[in-house]
Ligand binder design. Structure first.
Ligand SMILES: [Fe+2]
Length: 202
């Protein structure tokens, strides 16, 4: 069962490492595996997250672009992963729009199918017309974008377009935000160092 998950993790990191030149010459390599030191639950799992109504469309969309093989891999483990949200996100900390508009499925991490402290990685989906507002966290992070039509914002600067195959890097505590237009966003996301998802400033 975990073999397909491991295959998808390997394939996803290969795609990241092939794109290291895109982020200003900074080389991104797959972090070494660090075993879990203590059991931690950083995700609020749910099968009925509203955004999952867009999952089929997001996978179909991603298949038409250069990272379509990752979409196929994700489809292949659909019944072996669990979608979740950050347990710190509720109506007092984020908008209802965001709660209805995003979900994360961890592949490796403290409460993911491959249990470890490092690397924490998985897939993120956002529905159409959603803004994931400025937030930041200690671990450096990468996003590998699989679908067209979304925009990014770094350090509260200008929004810029991103395209399938783009690799985006967020440095430690760097502010970042993401928004979608009329299409959903699907992306591979990973933290490059040990971290705690419940300690995200948003
Ligand atoms: Fe982030």
């Amino acid at each position: 069962m975990t073999e397909l998950i491991r295959d998808l993790i390997d394939t996803s990191w290969q795609a990241v490492e092939q794109r290291c030149e895109i982020i200003g010459g900074r080389r991104v390599t797959r972090p070494g595996f660090e075993a879990l030191t203590q059991s931690r639950h950083e995700s609020r799992f749910a099968d009925d997250l509203a955004v999952l109504a867009h999952l089929d469309a997001a996978l179909d969309l991603a298949r038409d672009y250069e990272l379509g093989h990752l979409a196929a891999g994700l489809s292949g483990v659909r019944d072996r992963i669990r979608w979740s949200q950050n347990p710190r996100y509720d109506e007092t900390t984020v908008s209802r729009e965001l709660l209805d508009g995003y979900a994360y499925a961890g592949l490796s991490g403290p409460d993911s199918p491959i249990r470890c402290d490092v690397p924490l990685c998985g897939y993120l989906i956002m529905g159409p017309g959603i803004t994931y507002p400025d937030h930041r966290h200690a671990p450096p992070e990468i996003y590998l974008v699989m679908t067209p039509g979304s925009q990014w914002c770094l350090d509260s600067g200008e929004w810029f377009d991103v395209a399938p195959g783009d690799l985006i890097f967020h440095d430690s505590w760097q502010k970042h935000a993401t928004r979608t237009s009329h299409q959903p966003l699907l992306a591979f996301v990973a933290w490059l160092e040990r971290g705690d998802r419940t300690r995200i400033d948003i």
